[in-house]
Design a binder for this molecule. Structure first.
Ligand SMILES: NC(=O)c1ccc[n+]([C@@H]2O[C@H](COP(=O)([O-])OP(=O)(O)OC[C@H]3O[C@@H](n4cnc5c(N)ncnc54)[C@H](O)[C@@H]3O)[C@@H](O)[C@H]2O)c1
Length: 327
């Protein structure tokens, strides 16, 4: 993701790429050489460089807090990849740092920049479907993602946080209680630490709405699409239904059928276009113009609070209340 972000910045008229930071020096060197910028093993040099206005943090979920907090304290605007953090405590601490510093923070909930999800949210807010009654959201990707993420993340943080954000933002109602179950051991490699591979959660939302979340890295690696996601909100007079399995381009080659990404970060005419580019350019434009971000910090914390309840529910085998927002 960091490489994609770096490329989007180089292709944006709104910013200049200043440097790459990565604890893995080889990775940093490779990416920095590609873009012709210096590289550093930590954010220290960036924090001290008064020519740097902003940073994009795309390190693993478990490592978000330290670089994000240090950059914010140093006065840099931060675009922090989703999830805001891997625990509710860390998300709240990052939010506190953002609130107590003059710096700006946006969490990269990319679906806010997706025309299909944004279109659904707009229709629900306009009352096109009447009063929302129930909502389902799902996201499934390849098993190889689970093998790569084993021990580093969970399907509810790496994948499901997108759908938790979409469920609450599109329906306009917050999730208040969840009952979650997990499926384990779909990954064939038994040398990997045990990890949840798919999670299903029944949700209670405000005003009597009910919902269902489903996400996982359980699709065979030869499945045609690695972004198999849906969202449906049914209301008293209509519904909105987003289906991202097929983006309109189907390719059949010798290895089978593929449905390439046409929306999140496709390369078109040698440029990264779509949701990620819109997200980064919104971040850059908003800090330049000192306007409000499309993703409020409180929503990002709330999303992590839902994940916190999901994990508690899997462990307790009982419904768990989502911690009320502290912001
Ligand atoms: N928006 C999306 O759709 C989307 C998709 C995939 C991943 N992500 C998010 O992007 C982030 C990165 O995911 P990824 O799949 O690219 O991870 P990755 O493991 O492939 O890459 C992370 C990089 O960060 C480096 N790193 C680790 N700790 C560091 C630290 N403290 N300081 C500096 N560098 C550090 C690693 O060496 C590695 O090069 C995660 O938060 C993930 O959830 C978002």
């Amino acid at each position: 993701m960091g490489q994609l972000h770096a490329r989007v910045v180089t292709e944006s008229p709104l910013a200049q790429l200043a440097a790459i930071v990565d604890v893995d020096r080889d990775a940093a060197d490779r990416v920095a050489s590609h873009f012709g910028v210096p590289h550093f093993p930590s954010v220290d040099s960036i924090c001290e460089d008064r020519h740097v206005d902003a940073a994009i943090v795309a390190v693993p979920d478990t490592a978000h807090e330290e670089p994000a907090s240090r950059l914010l304290r140093a006065g840099k605007a931060v675009l922090l990849e989703k999830p805001m953090a891997h625990t509710l405590g860390a998300a709240r601490r990052i939010a506190e740092v953002a609130q107590s510093s003059p710096s700006r923070l946006m969490v990269g909930h990319i679906l806010r920049f997706d025309s299909r999800y944004a279109g659904a949210a707009e229709r629900v807010a306009q009352g096109v479907i009447g009063v929302p009654l129930h909502v389902t959201a799902s996201r499934f990707t390849f098993r190889q993602v689970g093998s790569r993420m084993a021990g580093k993340s969970s399907p509810c943080f790496y994948l499901g946080i997108h759908d938790i954000d979409a469920m609450q933002w599109v329906s306009g109602k917050r999730i208040t209680r969840v009952f979650a179950r997990a499926v384990r051991s779909a990954a064939p490699d038994s040398s990997l630490p045990p990890t949840d591979d798919a999670i299903f959660a029944t949700c209670e939302l405000e005003d009597g709405m009910a919902g269902n979340l489903q996400f996982g890295w359980t699709l065979p690696d030869h499945a045609p699409s690695g972004i198999s996601a849906r969202l449906e909100v049914v209301g008293t007079v209509g519904f909105v239904d987003v289906d991202t399995h097929d983006h309109g381009l189907r390719v059949l080659g010798v290895t089978g059928l593929t449905l390439p990404d046409g929306l999140h970060w496709p390369e078109t005419n040698q440029r990264i276009v779509g949701d990620l580019a819109d997200e980064v350019n919104h971040f850059l434009r908003t800090i330049r113009d000192d306007k409000d971000f499309l993703v409020p910090i409180a929503d990002a914390v709330r999303n992590v609070a839902v994940n916190d309840a999901i994990i508690r529910s899997i462990q307790s085998n009982a419904p768990e209340v989502v911690d009320p927002p502290a912001f």
